[in-house]
Design a protein around this ligand. Structure first.
Ligand SMILES: NC(=O)c1ccc[n+]([C@@H]2O[C@H](COP(=O)([O-])OP(=O)(O)OC[C@H]3O[C@@H](n4cnc5c(N)ncnc54)[C@H](O)[C@@H]3O)[C@@H](O)[C@H]2O)c1
Length: 287
């Protein structure tokens, strides 16, 4: 297929949370295709180990690690500032990092952890890098969401779960936010050569469920039925690389095919409101 042949020499890609799981396999694939890959991670030591493994295996020396903690807007700004100073171009941004089932906690800026890392952190990162994506167009933004978005709602009256908190639902809400962000972003990028798509990677063996003893057990027992991280990375790779998606935007994929989005994920009014509320929370003006 066109995907297996596609090469990325001269292309620059950022992948968040690429030291483990789906992100690491995505980084490995893009490196194999010749891209310059920035592994954007919280844990530098783990990320260096992953990057050196990928460099050794693919022979691509252009795989570098940069510190990024999505639970801290200061770290996000520092990451973006350094990147923009060092790199002239950015062709692929894969917003992959994520947390799930966290006990109630807040980011450095006081955002509920799932919303803060999975949505607001990536929202700010994308905002800071968008000019460079436009200058390097054609370019792509890929947001790793989840089937779990179907159970999500945007609870504007209690965004940070202060009145009611359920860690499973908090994850679902943040993944719905990924879908709505993608939708509104794609709408705003109409007429540019920057696309934005979201996806569900499948149910994948990984440590995403690390905060729940029960889920860790279930994931182990049913691991035979789960995708391997490599299989789980295929839809991210498809969205980032496939030639036939060059001008496809605002879509949601699963198993490398368009997939069903929940009614809440197709609501333009909610998407717009989430956009302005996110800007307010982050203290940015993005219009
Ligand atoms: N595994 C699944 O079954 C599944 C299903 C649907 C969606 N997803 C999504 O796929 C994506 C990748 O998950 P995975 O399964 O590879 O899990 P994983 O836990 O292996 O990877 C998540 C990555 O995000 C990073 N991360 C977490 N908090 C961060 C922070 N504050 N700053 C920077 N990085 C941070 C982690 O360090 C890790 O590298 C997530 O967005 C997840 O929601 C996974």
């Amino acid at each position: 297929s066109s995907l297996s042949a596609a090469r990325l020499e001269g292309k620059v890609a950022i992948i968040t949370g690429a030291n483990t799981g789906i992100g690491k396999e995505t980084a490995r694939d893009l490196a194999r295709r010749g891209a310059r890959v920035i592994v954007a991670c919280r844990d530098i030591a783990k990320a260096e180990a992953a990057a050196s493994e990928i460099r050794a295996e693919t022979g691509n020396q252009q795989v570098t690690v940069r510190k990024l903690d999505l639970a801290d807007t200061k770290s996000i700004r520092e990451f973006a500032g350094k990147f923009l100073a060092e790199e002239k171009e950015l062709h692929i941004l894969i917003n992959n990092a994520g947390v799930m089932l966290c006990p109630y906690s807040k980011t450095a800026d006081g955002f509920e952890m799932h919303l803060g890392v999975n949505h607001l952190g990536h929202f700010l990162l994308t905002f800071l890098l968008l000019e460079r994506l436009k200058q390097s167009a054609p370019s792509r933004i890929v947001n790793v969401s989840s089937l779990a978005h179907h159970a999500g709602r945007i609870r504007f009256h209690d965004l940070h779960g202060e009145k009611r908190y359920n860690r499973g639902l908090a994850y679902c809400h943040s993944k719905l936010a990924n879908v709505l962000f993608t939708r509104e972003l794609a709408r705003r990028l109409q007429g540019t050569k920057v696309t934005a798509n979201a996806l569900h990677p499948g149910s994948v063996q990984s440590e995403l469920v690390r905060h729940s003893f029960l889920m860790m057990r279930l994931w182990k027992i049913f691991s035979f039925f789960l995708k391997t991280p490599w299989e789980g990375a295929q839809t991210s790779i498809y969205c980032a690389v496939a030639e036939e998606l060059e001008s496809v935007t605002g879509q949601y994929f699963s198993d490398c095919q368009p997939a069903y989005v929940s009614p809440w994920g197709r609501d333009d009014e909610t998407a717009k409101k989430l956009w302005s509320v996110s800007c307010e929370l982050l203290g940015i003006q993005w219009d």
